[in-house]
Design a protein around this ligand. Structure first.
Ligand code: NOJ
Length: 803
């Protein structure tokens, strides 16, 4: 069943049925002011932190309420509805609507009772407040009087947890007043007169506002209970029903901002207005509202700015292939998903409530990879930041606070860090993600100066980027398990795998092996012969160990516990086949061709499903080892044999590296949101963004997906597709082109910005092969092999590639 379609030209997803199987949402704004809105206008906003900067209220995992509601009431008939289908929820045979989620804006159109409404929600570029720009048109042939009411429910304080339970004390710190064109909410206003030196727990005085521009306010309300009325809900607020609000604020209990305007429309006439909300001092709020006096013009300009900013970001890499699903994901939605994940980490969505007030080390270092080909400067800033969260012993801080203070941080060796973050120890893989990320950045940009840039460590000391990477190697060398492979420490990529301090993870060992290959490139660039030799020796030893200990006939095992148990061997009754060690054996370059073929074949036979490959099989149930935390999940769920979407990205890459274009693309399609647009009732999540996992075949809800938007899947699948399937493989000195595609593709094109040049690449596949290069022309000149040295690139470079 489908609920909408992709508008590729406008880069919008258009929802044509509002009764979607889950709230389908969009991100508006920036870390300064974040806003999330669903197709039924549910959602919330926050300043800087989803955990501690909450402004508009939202109750998680319930009924997608409350939200940014606009009610319309015909004052003749007294009938009322909302500009989004919910919360009033009129009969869908009479209420026609569309919701367009675009790049950082959402537009909702509704037709009911011969009134057309269009509301555009957005956060203006670089600003920290939100706009609900409404246009109402009378489509009937009679004069109409319509009451328009905007409703914003404020939180009672900024802390998410306290707001979720509506903690009793927070009911007595909030009040609202009316200031002509706005409701002003004040929190802790009583402290305004507090003298310096007087001690109270929380002295922060907050001002929030909800204002109206473009129309005169006819009535208002600042008290949630008075607006809704006892025994009413958001679907039938007493204030809307009555057609006039009570003109009272609140003093204690729950605040809100509700503003009504009465408009009279001649047949065919339209009126435009803007509701505005944010956390601002009152004088700033007044200025903001005044800025929208001519809201029609101002909003049009601001929306145009937003669109051109985001479309500009996406324009750096665009493709045209025979697959519309692939194109829409790579050109727009996966790319936009990468940006949102890059910006918001795992902080705030409709699943993540904003509790994690920082960046997971591995998460963010991985997320960066998804935007390197689109916005390398943005990537660079975040790489610097993450390097500055590397401890001087080379390990990464498992959680990097949003307020991270390089050079002065506590580390997992300090009790204070553990207490504050809840992370009791280092994780074995964190710093190892730096290698592919830094390498990809330098290869994309040719910014070699970065290798010598000095960056502080998290706790003390500083070093060049090269030194940072060397210390990451030292960290793993100094934390080896009993066989000499990197120790498991506090889990590897898999949060649910506690192999123990001296246990060993094959995945981390493969990452470490790969890290050494990458660092050799840096060492060669630095002409650091001694270090090259060191890495060669260590890598050879590690490679031998992995081969001897981890290869098990037709698969790589998952690792060893500190008690010496082997995890993931063929004969285990449960979890005897794991996905990640197979894909990573290929990505790391360790697997021989035979091993790669065998292991990937086993993945295909044992783990593949119509929604992607499951993480391991069979699920843990009665034979989980101590430390297999995944056993707590229902079989087929999350790390317990769910289809972990991030892992599809590595599998796509691994298959593509082997030249298996058919399979690589098949894995992409199986798990691609866009490819499931017609089966939305099964997947349930938005068909335009990735989720963390899909329930596996062991679940009765096979195919249902969860944890939308903020997931490592976005960047990992992007890399799998761009480097793997499309074959864009830059290195320090140029660009290798090595597509791995379905045989039936005869041709595809890529438009790519690269090192200050613009490349227009046409790949032709007359022989219908999956991989390989027959000829390569750059600006008409034939080059040997599939490699374009940097010096061959010109401002506009025409590239023809024959497979
Ligand atoms: C989600 C976590 O954010 C990520 O760090 C982890 O790698 C995956 N779960 C897999 O367990």
């Amino acid at each position: 069943m489908r609920y909408g379609y992709f508008d590729e030209e406008k880069k919008e997803y258009v929802i044509t049925r509002p009764d979607t199987p889950a709230p389908w949402v969009n991100y508006l704004g920036s870390p300064e002011y974040g806003a999330i809105v669903s197709n039924n206008a549910g959602g919330y906003s926050f300043a800087k932190s989803g955990a501690n900067g909450r402004i508009l209220r939202y109750i998680f995992n319930q009924f997608d309420q409350p939200g940014r509601y606009i009610y319309l009431r015909d004052n003749d008939t007294k009938d009322y509805w909302s500009a989004s289908w919910q919360p009033v929820g009129k009969d869908l045979s009479e209420y026609k609507s569309e919701c367009h989620h675009g790049t950082a804006y959402t537009k909702m159109m509704a037709d009911y009772s011969e009134i057309h409404s269009e509301v555009r929600y957005y956060v203006p570029l670089g600003q920290s407040y939100e706009v609900w720009n409404l246009k109402v048109t009378n489509c009937s042939d009679r004069k109409r009087e319509i009451s328009v009411t905007g409703y914003a429910e404020f939180t009672n304080n900024s802390n998410y947890e306290q707001d979720q339970v509506n903690l009793q004390y927070s009911q007595y710190i909030t009040r609202t007043v009316f200031c002509g064109d706005r409701v002003r909410q004040m929190i802790h206003a009583n402290l305004d007169g507090l003298k310096d030196g007087e001690e109270v727990d929380n002295k922060n005085v907050f001002n929030r506002f909800f204002g109206l521009a473009g129309e005169k306010v006819s009535s208002w309300c600042g008290d949630r209970e008075k607006f809704l009325g006892r025994y009413h809900g958001y679907n039938n607020p007493a204030g809307v029903e009555a057609g006039v609000l009570c003109n009272e604020g609140n003093y204690n209990e729950n605040s809100c901002g509700a503003l009504s305007a009465v408009i009279t429309l001649e047949p065919g006439e339209s009126r435009e207005m803007a509701f505005l909300a944010g956390m601002k001092e009152d004088n700033e709020a007044a200025e903001i509202i005044a800025h929208y006096a001519d809201c029609e013009k101002t909003c049009a300009v601001e929306l145009e700015e937003l669109i051109s900013y985001w479309h500009g970001q996406l324009a750096h890499f665009q493709i045209r292939t025979p697959s519309p699903e692939f194109d829409t994901m790579i050109n727009t939605w996966n790319a936009y998903n990468c940006f949102m994940t890059f910006i918001w980490s795992r902080a705030a969505s409709f699943t993540y409530c904003g509790l994690r007030n920082g960046y997971g080390y591995r998460d963010t270092v991985q997320d960066i990879q998804g935007v390197i080909h689109l916005a390398p400067q943005m990537a660079l800033d975040k790489i610097r930041f993450m390097l500055s969260a590397q401890v001087d012993n080379g390990g990464g801080l498992p959680l990097v606070k949003f307020t991270h203070n390089p050079g002065h941080e506590d580390t997992p060796d300090d009790a204070s860090y553990v207490q504050e973050t809840g992370h009791p120890a280092y994780r074995a893989d964190d710093a190892l993600w730096l290698f592919p990320t830094v390498y990809k950045y330098i290869s994309e940009t040719g910014n070699f100066a970065f290798i010598d840039e000095v960056i502080p460590f998290a706790n003390k000391d500083e070093g060049t980027v090269y030194e940072h990477l060397k210390r990451a190697i030292d960290f793993s060398m100094n934390h080896l398990g009993r066989h000499g492979m990197p120790a498991g420490l506090y889990a590897d990529w898999n949060d649910c795998l506690r192999l123990g301090k001296d246990g060993e993870s094959t995945f981390v060992a493969l990452q470490f092996y790969y890290a050494m290959t990458i660092l050799k490139e840096f060492a060669k660039y630095k002409k650091d012969e001694k270090y090259i030799k060191y890495l060669e020796e260590k890598q050879e030893q590690l490679g031998k160990l992995i081969q001897e200990l981890c290869w098990n006939e037709d698969r790589f095992i998952r690792g060893f516990t500190e008690r010496g148990e082997v995890i993931g061997k063929r004969t285990d009754p449960e979890a005897n086949m794991w996905l990640n060690p197979q894909s990573w054996a290929v990505i790391s370059g360790l697997a021989t061709e035979r091993q790669a073929d065998l292991a990937l074949q086993m993945v295909y036979e044992r783990l593949n499903t119509e929604y992607g490959a499951i993480l391991m099989d069979p699920p843990y149930h009665a034979n989980a080892f101590d430390g297999a935390l995944a056993v707590i999940y229902n079989a087929g769920t999350k790390e317990n044999a769910g289809i972990f979407s991030q892992s599809q990205g590595w599998l796509i890459l691994a298959e593509a590296l082997c030249g298996h274009g058919e399979r690589a693309f098949n894995y992409f399609l199986e798990n691609a949101p866009a490819a499931q647009n017609d089966r939305a009732e099964i997947r349930q999540l938005e068909p335009y963004c990735y989720g963390q996992f899909t329930e596996g075949k062991a679940s009765p809800n096979f195919g249902r997906s969860h944890v939308h938007w903020l997931t490592g899947t976005a960047s990992t699948v992007m890399v799998g597709c761009v480097e793997g399937i499309l074959g864009m493989r830059p290195d320090f000195y140029g660009l290798r082109i090595a597509p791995s595609i379905p045989k039936e593709w005869e041709k595809f094109e890529i438009s790519k910005d690269f090192r200050g040049c613009h490349l227009h690449i046409t790949v032709k596949n007359p022989g219908h092969v999956e991989a390989g290069c027959k000829k390569l022309y750059v600006n008409g000149e034939e080059l040997p092999g599939n490699y374009i040295p940097q010096e061959k690139l010109t401002g506009e470079t025409e590239i023809e590639f024959y497979m």
